[in-house]
Design a protein around this ligand. Structure first.
Ligand code: PMV
Length: 322
């Protein structure tokens, strides 16, 4: 028996990944940039055991079978193949944040699985190899492997589409105040969403324009230009949701409270508060701000109608063995 445990942080995309050019390999249609979220984490233990008749998955104390287990077994298969082993594994995973509500639980989950699983199998993979392995489970998981602010490059093939850190966690003191307006499990997961992205006539324009948005976002991070960052993340998030809403079938993740917060955030920014919004495949709004304003932003979000809870996170480090 051989066991390893890892922790990994979810990440919030500033330039979004939406749509694949290869669904099986999760090769993205466009590059993306994100920030890891400190304080929120997944802790995963993988244990390969000769006596296990099949892989077992336990998330937050509950056994998971079906599609969830299949996705994990797929990554374990890739690890077994690399390591030349045949044993099945027990995977135990715990999140300290609500899953399936636009807080990218799958990103943290597959990053932690890649790190713990490969270590338990006796492999010593580089950060790049771990990012590629995590990507096969969930595209955005590739970005939860490196520390701080990460860019996932498009790449030309399976072996060069991976994420790397463009700045460490202590480069810029930003905070993500996540306004929870819905903690129910979303109806359409991102895997199904990516598969229909190409049915929107807007997707092509979004993908073609991605290098421009990536440059603006990367520069804003490197120069710590908050105004530029706020403008580009809102623009990019709105573009992704425009694609979602105009795909077939149409995906509408926003609730009325989501839109209400957009208006508030823009008004606050116009009045001098450094804030900007972005939304993943869910209704919850990630309000990004300069770290020193996080208490004020949290207080204002709590007072918004429809907000049940606010989670606050700083910039997180890399996925690592614990
Ligand atoms: O990694 P996935 O398949 O869960 O897709 C993530 C998609 C978004 O969260 C909406 C955008 C992103 O880049 O994280």
């Amino acid at each position: 028996m051989s066991t390893a445990a890892a922790i990994s942080h979810p990440n919030i995309a500033f330039i979004k990944y939406w749509g694949n050019r290869n669904n099986e390999l999760r090769l993205p249609s466009n590059g993306s940039i994100s920030m890891n979220l400190d304080g929120l984490f997944t802790r995963t233990t993988v244990s390969f055991q000769p006596s296990l008749p099949f892989d077992e998955l336990i998330i937050n104390g509950h056994e998971v079978v079906g599609k969830g287990l299949e996705r994990v077994s797929h990554i374990l298969d890739l690890i077994r193949e690399k390591a030349g082993i045949k044993m099945n594994a027990e995977v135990m995973s715990e999140n300290n944040f609500p899953s399936g509500a636009g807080i990218a639980s799958s990103a943290a989950a597959f990053a932690a699985l890649a790190v713990a699983g490969s270590k338990a199998a006796g492999l010593d993979l580089s950060e790049r190899e771990l990012s590629i392995l995590a990507r096969r489970g969930s595209g955005s998981a590739s970005r939860s492997i490196p520390a701080g602010f990460a860019e996932w490059k498009l790449g030309e093939s399976e072996s060069d589409s991976y994420a790397f850190s463009i700045a460490p966690a202590d480069h810029w003191n930003l905070a993500d105040c996540v306004a929870i307006v819905s903690s129910t499990h979303k109806k359409t997961g991102s895997t199904e969403g990516h598969a229909v992205a190409g049915t929107s006539p807007l997707q092509n324009a979004r993908v073609t324009d991605a290098p421009r948005r990536l440059d603006i976002c990367r520069n804003a991070i490197l120069k710590k230009d908050f105004e530029a960052l706020a403008n580009i993340i809102e623009h990019d998030s709105d573009m992704m949701h425009a694609v979602m809403m105009t795909s077939n079938p149409p995906l509408m993740y926003w609730q009325s409270a989501t839109v209400e917060i957009f208006h508030q955030v823009r008004e606050w920014r116009a009045n001098g508060l450094p804030v900007g919004y972005t939304v993943d495949a869910g209704a919850n709004v990630h309000v990004i701000c300069l770290g020193e304003y996080k208490d004020e932003v949290e207080k204002r979000l709590r007072a918004c109608p429809g907000v049940s809870k606010v989670l606050v996170a700083g910039v997180g480090g890399a996925a690592e063995i614990v």
